[in-house]
Design a protein around this ligand. Structure first.
Ligand code: ZN
Length: 81
């Protein structure tokens, strides 16, 4: 069985998946209807490493931008509330 890795969609850092490491990583579900092919994407879930989440308050937006997904108006509005 191959080992699972978490991969940061922002900085491409990889870390072996596990209960503790996984809990520290940010996760973001792709917006409905969005289909992209990216090595950091697992199903419809993107991950961001603790370092990126800690230093970049807008990491969710950066994840989407990193995948070439335009941030939708709804997303911005939700984030502002
Ligand atoms: Zn990162």
């Amino acid at each position: 069985m191959s080992r699972l890795y978490l991969r940061c969609a922002i900085c491409s850092r990889q870390q072996a998946d596990g209960l503790i490491s996984s809990a520290m990583w940010g996760r973001l579900e792709l917006p409905p209807g969005v289909e992209v092919d990216h090595p950091a994407l697992k199903g419809s879930t993107l991950r961001a490493c603790p370092s990126c989440v800690g230093h970049q308050p807008d990491w969710q937006e950066r994840l989407l931008v990193a995948l070439g997904i335009e941030v939708e108006v709804d997303f911005r509005r939700e984030a502002a509330q």
